[in-house]
Design a protein around this ligand. Sequence first.
Ligand code: EPU
Length: 451
Amino acid sequence: MTEDVLVVHGGTPLEGRIRVRGAKNLVSKAMVAALLGDSPSRLFDVPKIRDVEVVRGLLGLHGVKVTDGEEDGELVFDPANVESASTDQINVHAGSSRIPILFCGPLLHRLGHAFIPDLGGCHIGPRPIDFHLQALREFGATVDKRPEGLHLSAPNGLRGTKFSLPYPSVGATEQVLLTAVMAEGVTELRNAAVEPEILDLICVLQKMGAIIKVHTDRVIEIQGVPKLHGYTHRPIPDRIEAASWAAAALATRGHVEVLGAQQADMMTFLNIFRSVGGEYEVTDLRPPRNGQPGQEGGIRFWHPGGELKSVALETDVHPGFMTDWQQPLVVALTQARGLSIVHETVYEQRLGYTEALNSMGANIQVYRDCLGGTPCRFGRRNFKHSAVIAGPSKLHAADLVIPDLRAGFSHLIAALAAEGTSRVYGVDLINRGYEDFEAKLADLGAHAERP
Ligand code: EPU
């Protein structure tokens, strides 16, 4: 077995072209949705990442036959024989991902009961599931929390409800969607999250026969239907991965074309990228013409030379600046002249990774106050959730241990941007959300190897 460490020789600009596939945070949910159909579903462009493997395993345990389709990245789900799985079997997946919580509604509809193992996912704050459980109870489910996990049942079926989220949570909105589509009657969800991945999940459910209206002001209305069928879907591309490679291009003074990246889903990121001094060009899809081959669309990102500029930004729910974009970008901000401010308003503990950047020569201070923006939920709760980045700083190599997925990618970028040879431990965690990242690094000319 290879040691879980990557040796990175920094200082070389990343140059070249890579491709992103379906968004991790849509693909895994679309896979769960396949459980609701009474006929097979087909999903394209599925990346080979750990989260997909976890959901595939859980679907398999519940009798959904998952097979590889003809196209590379195509998965076919046959839910003809959905069945219960034992808690022991399900618990094999305990602690591996947060997606299992989304199995509640579909399993309650198909089986009348569900068992959900302990959740995993990144340690970026307490990440409670209170909104999920409250919503499920509103639909008529009973929830029994036991040491081994959650047992849910709905002996009398699930009924539509009016529910308002205390915060526009992505997962809780998906929970409501996946439950309401087959609940009896109408569900009205207020203060819903409206991330592009959620709208794409709504497209999947609509293809299956659901009736879902997205109103203005974060209101979603779902008319329950008794039956759904399978879907065929090509997901939106991964805008978090696209932004991660864009940030890597900027931090290493390189030039990276991300095929598949879509401007519409990345507008807020592109505005900040340009404000920092990065340049980009949207390359639209060109179909084959007059015997000339076609060209896939994407976005080219590059560092134009000279100095980067400092910015103030605040992470937020869509259409704000995504919380998952901040860690990779902060590495580039260490190279900007002046003081940059990052106010993290989605997760209370998502700045811990900055210590590792400081050990490489960055100058980042974290504060409990809400800096540079409007006060957020964390301001009075003693969480260090604002960062001030003073730059430019020369980064030098270090030994790093990856704490979570996005912070992990930022460590990797820092090692690539730094002078000298770094050892990055725990890199396998990056496989949770970045397909073939080592091959992509090689394609971009990075000098990195397993020891
Ligand atoms: N929250 C609660 N109670 C709940 C649910 C959420 O208090 O019951 C809070 C969370 O603690 C957090 C905030 O609401 O402070 C937002 O959490 P949300 O539910 O929106 O996040 P999530 O669904 O758990 C997804 C992505 C995350 C991404 C966030 C925000 C997936 C699998 N994960 O998480 O992605 O950061 O939305 O956009 O879709 C990642 O890909 O690395 C990742 C962490």
